[in-house]
Unconditional design. Structure first.
Length: 96
């Protein structure tokens, strides 16, 4: 599978992960301090949504990058469309 080479996209994904990491530390702190389960559950939900959103962003960036490589006529080393589609199938299957 190809790596994410777009620096802007990779930076965005890393920043999103750092924010989610902070949220997870917040959940840990809430547990240590004895916060209510309802408040902790709300934070868990926020973390899950943040991670799902980040995964989707990474997947879309990967797809854009690979489609560009497959469709660019002047590409020195054209990516194989069938391989890219298989990789996309694998990534999308993990979203559920």
């Amino acid at each position: 599978m190809t790596v994410l080479t777009n620096e802007v996209a990779r930076s965005d994904v890393l920043n999103r992960l750092r924010r989610a990491e902070g949220q997870i530390r917040g959940v840990q702190r809430m547990l240590e301090e004895g916060e209510s389960c309802l408040k902790i559950a709300q934070q868990f939900s926020a973390v899950r949504k943040a991670l799902d959103s980040t995964y989707l962003r990474m997947t879309l960036c990967f797809m854009e990058q690979e489609m560009d490589a497959c469709l660019r006529p002047d590409a020195a080393q054209k990516s194989d469309l069938s391989v890219m589609l298989k990789d996309m199938e694998t990534l999308l299957a993990r979203m559920g």
